[in-house]
Design a protein around this ligand. Structure first.
Ligand code: CTP
Length: 484
C-alpha cells in the first residue's frame, strides 16, 4: 500500500484527483487481499497527457495503452511477498463510452468528476471507488449488492446494455465467477437486448466466454444465457441441445443432455480448452440423431443425420434413437464455432481433436491393453493424449465406462513407457545409410516403406526398442526376404 501512496501523492500534489476503481475495488470489497490484486485501474481528472507527464516526472516508466482512450500504463515494482509487480492503468474520467458496431475500441469522451465516471459503468458492484485513505466511495450501493449477491445495473439497465451489449455476456461472466444473480430488471433488459450482441466484435465475445466457461458457477451463467436468448445469438448450435431428450421418442429414455453439459463444464474447472470441450461435447447430437442402426461408415451417417425432416414422428416399434458419430460431428462443428469466435488456429485444432476423440481414452482396460495398445493410443492421439485422457476423466460421472476406466493408470503407463524410451519408435541415426550399404537398397520409396514397417513392428511389440544397429539390420533383412 505504501508504494501506492506515492502514486496517489503524485496526482494529489499536482492538485488532481485519483481513485482506485473497477474490478480491484470490487474484489477488495469482497474481501480479497491487496497482495492478490495484479491489475489496478485508477481514475483521475487529469487529462491523459498530464497523467503521462506526472507519472514520468515522478520516475514511473510508462507504457502506451491507448492515450487516445485516456489511459496511461505503468508497472509498480516491489516485494513479491506483497504481490508486486502490479500493473497500473490510470484513465481520465470518462463521461460516456460507446463501442462502434463490431469495433474492439470504445469511442470516449472525458468527464469532469468521479460521479460522472462511476455513473457510466455497468453494474453497481463495478462502480465503487476507493480513495488514498482506503475509504470507499460507493454511490450505487455496490457493497450492498455484494452482500445480496446481486448484479444490478447502474441507472437504466436497458440503456446500459444498449450502450455496450457485451455487458450481457459480462453479466453471465460475473455470474459464473461470483455466483451472483442479476436482478429482474437487468435480466429482463438482457432478454430484450440479446440480439444486440451481434453488433459486438467477436474477439470481445471470446474474452468474456473464456472467463465464463472457467468460472466455478458456469452452469448458472449458461442457463441465464439460454433464458435470455443470448445463447441462441452466440452459440445457436447449443440451443438445439436444450430439451433434445424429449425429442428422442424411440427406444430407452435419454438423459437431459443440456443438464449434463452444464455439470460437465463446471467439472472442467479452470482449464479453458477442456471447459470449451466440455461445453460442446454433445453439440453434434441434434444433428446426427437417427433411427438408423449405428454404421461403421463414417461420412455417411453424418450427412444423413443432418436431415431432421427424415426423423419419423411415429417411430416403428423396436426402433432406437442413436447419435452415430456425434463426437466427430462435434469436432467438425467446433471448427465453425472457432472461426466465429476468432480462436487461434492451434486452439481450434486442439479442441476440435479432443471433441472428435472424446471417448478414445475411456476404452482403456488395464488387463487387455498391452504396451502395444498403449503405444497405439498415443500415436493415434497425435500429441493430444493428455487432453483426451483429461476429457475422459471428465465424462466419469455421467458415463459408467469412463468411471470404470483407470485413466490415471493409463497416464502412468504412458509416462513409464516414455521414460524408458519405449513409447515412440525411434531408430538409431544413420540406419537408412546402413540399409543401403548392407542390404543393397537404393534411396527411395522402398527404403522409406522398410523404415516405416520397422517402426510399426516396434509399436506392435514385434521388435524391441533401443536395440543395436546390427539387430535392426537383421530384422530389416528378414523383412526384405519376405518381399516379392
Ligand atoms: N466496464 C464497464 N462496461 C464494460 C467494461 C468495463 O462499465 N463493458 C467498467 C467496470 O466498472 C469494470 C471496469 O470498467 O469494473 C474494468 O473493466 P475490466 O477491465 O473488464 O475488468 P472487470 O470487468 O472489472 O473485471 P476483471 O478485472 O475481474 O476482469
Amino acid at each position: 500500500m505504501q508504494l501506492l501512496q506515492r502514486l496517489f501523492e503524485t496526482f494529489h500534489n499536482a492538485g488532481r484527483e485519483l481513485y482506485l476503481v473497477g474490478g480491484a475495488v470490487r474484489d477488495l470489497a469482497m474481501g480479497a487481499s491487496w497482495e492478490s490484486l495484479d491489475d489496478l485501474d485508477f481514475a483521475t481528472n487529469a487529462l491523459p497527457r498530464e497523467s503521462l507527464e506526472l507519472l514520468q516526472k515522478a520516475g514511473y516508466r510508462t507504457y502506451d495503452v491507448g492515450i487516445e482512450f485516456g489511459t496511461v500504463g505503468t508497472i509498480i515494482r516491489g516485494p513479491a511477498s506483497e504481490g508486486y509487480p502490479k500493473d497500473v492503468q490510470v484513465t481520465t474520467y470518462r463521461s460516456k463510452e460507446k463501442y462502434r458496431r463490431g469495433s474492439r475500441h470504445p469511442v470516449v469522451s472525458f468527464g469532469d468528476s468521479i460521479d460522472e465516471d462511476l455513473c457510466r459503468r455497468d453494474f453497481s458492484i463495478n462502480s465503487i471507488a476507493m480513495d488514498a485513505k482506503g475509504d470507499y466511495y460507493d454511490p450505487y450501493d455496490g457493497r450492498g449488492d455484494i452482500n445480496r449477491r446481486t448484479l444490478r445495473a447502474v441507472g437504466d439497465p436497458l440503456e446500459r446494455l444498449a450502450e455496450d451489449p457485451l455487458r450481457i455476456l459480462r453479466i453471465a461472466r460475473f455470474m459464473a465467477k461470483l455466483g451472483f444473480e442479476p436482478d429482474a430488471q437487468l435480466e429482463h433488459a438482457a432478454y430484450a437486448k440479446a440480439t444486440y450482441l451481434l453488433e459486438i466484435a467477436r474477439q470481445r465475445w471470446l474474452q468474456e466466454m473464456n472467463k465464463l466457461v472457467c468460472g466455478p458457477h458456469a452452469a448458472m451463467a449458461l442457463e441465464f444465457l439460454a433464458r435470455t436468448r443470448a445463447l441462441g445469438v452466440i452459440l445457436p448450435e447449443l440451443v438445439a441441445l436444450v430439451g433434445l431428450e424429449r425429442r428422442c421418442p424411440a427406444g430407452p429414455s435419454h438423459p437431459d443432455f443440456w443438464a449434463q453439459t452444464l455439470k460437465r463444464v463446471e467439472r472442467a474447472g479452470k482449464d479453458r480448452n477442456l471447459s470449451w470441450a466440455a461445453l460442446l461435447a454433445d453439440v453434434g447430437r441434434p444433428w446426427t440423431r437417427t433411427l438408423e442402426p449405428m454404421s461403421e461408415d463414417v461420412p455417411g451417417p453424418i450427412l444423413s443425420g443432418l436431415s431432421q425432416e427424415a426423423y419419423p414422428q411415429e417411430p416403428a416399434q423396436g426402433a432406437v434413437t442413436s447419435f452415430p458419430h456425434h463426437q466427430l460431428m462435434a469436432g467438425l462443428m467446433f471448427k465453425g464455432i472457432a472461426r466465429r469466435f476468432h480462436f487461434d488456429n492451434p486452439t481450434s485444432d486442439h479442441v476440435s481433436f479432443v471433441l472428435s476423440h472424446q471417448r478414445a481414452a475411456i476404452g482403456y482396460d488395464a488387463h487387455s491393453w498391452g504396451d502395444a495398445e498403449v503405444r497405439h493410443f498415443v500415436r493415434d492421439m497425435n500429441g493430444e493424449h493428455e487432453a483426451v485422457i483429461a476429457f475422459g476423466k471428465l465424462l466419469g460421472p455421467e458415463e459408467p465406462k469412463a468411471a470404470n476406466a483407470d485413466l490415471d493408470g493409463l497416464a502412468a503407463r504412458i509416462k513409464a513407457l516414455g521414460e524408458s524410451g519405449q513409447l515412440v519408435p525411434e531408430l538409431p541415426k544413420g540406419l537408412g545409410g546402413q540399409f543401403i550399404q548392407q542390404l543393397g537398397l537404393k534411396p527411395g520409396p522402398v527404403l522409406g516403406e522398410l523404415i516405416e514397417q520397422i517402426k510399426q513392428d516396434m509399436l506392435d511389440g514385434r521388435l524391441g526398442f533401443g536395440l543395436d544397429v546390427e539387430d535392426y539390420i537383421a530384422h530389416a533383412r528378414t523383412l526384405c526376404l519376405g518381399r516379392p
